[in-house]
Structure formats: C-alpha cells, structure tokens
Write a protein that binds this ligand. Sequence first.
Ligand code: GDP
Ligand code: IMO
Ligand code: MG
Length: 420
Amino acid sequence: MANTILIGMQWGDEGKGKIIDVLTARADLVVRSQGGNNAGHTVIHRGVKYILHLIPSGILRRGKVCVIGNGVVVDPLALVAEIESLRKLGIKVDKNLLISDCAHLVLPYHRILDEQRELRRGRIGTTKRGIGPAYGDKAGRTGLRMSDLIQPIVFSKKLQAKVIENNRILQALGAKPISFREVNETYLAAAKKLRPFVANTVVYLHRAMERGKQILFEGAQGTFLDIDHGTYPYVTSSNTTAGGACTGTGVPPHRMDRVVGVMKAYSTRVGEGALPTEDDQLAQRLHNLGREFGATTGRKRRCGWFDAVATRYSRMINGIDEIAITNLDGLDRVDPIRVCVAYRLNEKRLDVPPCDASQLANCEPVYEEVRGWNASTHASRKFSQLPSAARKYLRYISELTGAKLSMVSVGPARGETITL
Ligand code: GDP
Ligand code: IMO
Ligand code: MG
C-alpha cells in the first residue's frame, strides 16, 4: 500500500476507525496528525468493541507502529488512561507507540474554559475536551508541548505562569480557580509514564519512508468540521482535511500517494451548526435500531439524507481518489431514499455549500428520490451479492461525489466489508 491519507468526508463519525482497521493490514505505520481526544474511533474485532480517542486505531494490529504527530493536541491524563485501558484488554502499547515532542498539551484550564464557553450563548456543542482553548494557545504561541512536559523544571515554571493567567480568566467567568500544586503533581506523574514514548516523530517517519515503509494517515473529525473549510464557527479547531496530514506530521505533500475518503450512506452530525438534509424521522429510525450515538460523549447524533453537495465539495478540497461508503446497512429498510443533489437559497440553485453559516442554515435541499432495497445487506461480502437497488444507490452517490468507489461497509466488524 502506498502512503495513504484517510479523511472523513462529512461531519465526523463516518466510520473512519472501522476503515482504518481494514486498511492497516497493508500499512506499516498508522499516524494521527490533528485533533485530540474529541475523536472517538470505533473498531470492533472478535466481538470486542474498542473506542480509540488519541491513539491511532492501528494499535490493535500486532507489528504496526502508531504515531501521534505534532499536529495533535494531547491531554496527558486521557492518554495515560487510554494506554492503560488498552493494556487491560491485552493490547500491547510499548515500542509500537510514539508521541511527537512538538505536540501541544491539553491542560485542565483548557477543559474548564471549553465547558464555560459552552454554557454561554453561541455555544458550538463541543465535546468539552478543551480542544478549542488548547489550539487557541498554540496559535497564540503560549502553549505547552510534550517536550515541556518531560522536563520537570521547565514544565513547572511554564505551568505556573499559565495557571496564574488562566485563574484570572476563570475568576472573571465565575468559575473555580485551579491549584497549580495539584495540577503540577498530577501531570508530572503522567509525564513519567509518557516519557518513553516521546520522540522526534518527523525524523522517525522520514527514516521509515527511506526504508520503504508505508504510512496510513488517520484523519479525525470530518471535512465540514475543518477550521478553514468547515461550517465555521460550528467546527473543531484543526485542519481535518488532507493538508492537515502534512502539516500535522512533517511528511511533505509529494510523499502522499492517495487519499481515501470515508462517507456514510447518509449524513450525521453531533453538536450545533447546519445539517442541511437533517430529517427527524430518519434519525428516530436509526436511534431505534441503537445506532448513531456518539462514541466520545454518548450524545444522540443528528441524522439526515446523503448530501452530494457536501461530499462533492469534500472530494475537491481533499483530492479524494477513492471512496469507502459505510453504514449501507443503516438504509436496509428505508424506502424511498432521498439524496440531496443541490441546495436552494433565495430561489437560486447552489452546487457548493455557502461559506456563511446563516446562509447555509437557510439552504433548502433539492432532493431526488431513489428506490430502497428492503433487504438485509449485512451478510454481503461481494458487490455482486448486494441487492440491485443497493448497487444502484452506491454507484449513484459515488458518481455524484465524483470519485471511484473502492469499499463498502455493511456492518461494524472488520469482516463486514466489501472491497471492489
Ligand atoms: P469514526 O469517528 O469515523 O471512526 O466513527 P465512529 O466510530 O464514531 O462512528 C461510526 C459508528 O458506526 C461506530 O459505532 C461503528 O462501529 C459503526 N460502523 C462503522 N461502519 C459500519 C457499518 O458499515 N455498519 C454498521 N452497522 N455500523 C458501522
Ligand atoms: P471523530 O474523529 C464528530 C464536533 C463536536 C462539535 C465540534 C467542536 O470521532 O469523527 P470540539 O470538541 O472539537 O471543539 O467540538 O466538533 N466533533 C466531532 N463530531 N466526530 C468527531 O470526531 C468530532 N470531534 C469533534 O461535536 O460540534
Ligand atoms: Mg467518532
């Protein structure tokens, strides 16, 4: 397998974890380049459900090296907890994990600030993991990084200044101040556990490429949560699109060989912001089947019809070469199925999503209706075994998106996958 970037083409939770797990078979390294533990990537293997937040999903396969790149924001306590819970499940986390020394830290004041902002008007519906404030400090050039965490004297000094600064802000917001002493102690204890994993991951990745190793870049979130290209301000704080894989790892663009986009056979979103094809009946149907509950926060995901305006734009931004369509089985008993082929705004037809949040919120989807298949796709392992209406639907939404269909997922487990 060539160096591959895997990207969520919608609003996150497209089933990236499941597809990463399948693709990891042919990769040597799996690398995260952005986001933090706001991500929740589900992999089901041999009946066990694993939800990965910070550690690349490749960790579940023996012999693969996983890297947390410089573009990720790392909550040290969450990372220690994730390592320990994987070890309890019998997963090796040792020399097979590296963390960039340049990755920024998520610290307690980031989480509290995130929670405080979410209490106010204009809330984003974040995961409250401190992601926005941590990337804010990074851009403001006042953040602390992994390299600080593993130098106790440096860390304590920088942390003390940050705690003083942030306690003033917390006080103004009416929130409880935090104790430098407690945070310092707890984080230095976590630092001891994380130190063995910290490295210059840029050099590591380049050496691996010189030895012919193949890298899989595991995108987190999705295209419309991208800080630049997403439905701003209802986005996360990193570049979730393909370019983020370069800046977030130090692997240059010309070393990237292909981009695989993952999209659900319908649309979902968690949190605030427009979801043009939102449909409460479809949501209820999926929720009644026990589907579409958030992997990180447990929140009910909002659901809607497949939105080709969105996925076409996503194909353009990310340079998608191949598409993996997941959760086809979610539509097994839905008939008819609607597909959004354009938006209508003030009597005008739009083929691309408008940048402005309130304009997007006012867009009406233009639908085409297609026939459902009213049969289970769950046991299909070849494209030819799918009902003909399902094959037609898959071809239709791939054509509307404009990229080659390469995989179809009909269930959450590794084997429940059709490769074309
Ligand atoms: P990610 O964040 O993109 O990795 O996606 P999540 O793990 O947050 O959410 C995707 C959900 O869909 C998880 O519960 C997966 O186990 C599940 N899933 C993925 N692909 C399929 C599929 O083809 N069929 C079914 N039934 N579930 C799937
Ligand atoms: P994966 O990798 C779905 C959403 C939040 C909120 C917005 C900002 O599992 O696909 P943040 O905590 O990042 O500041 O929240 O982004 N969000 C996600 N939605 N999947 C995710 O990750 C998400 N990570 C963040 O719900 O709307
Ligand atoms: Mg998820």
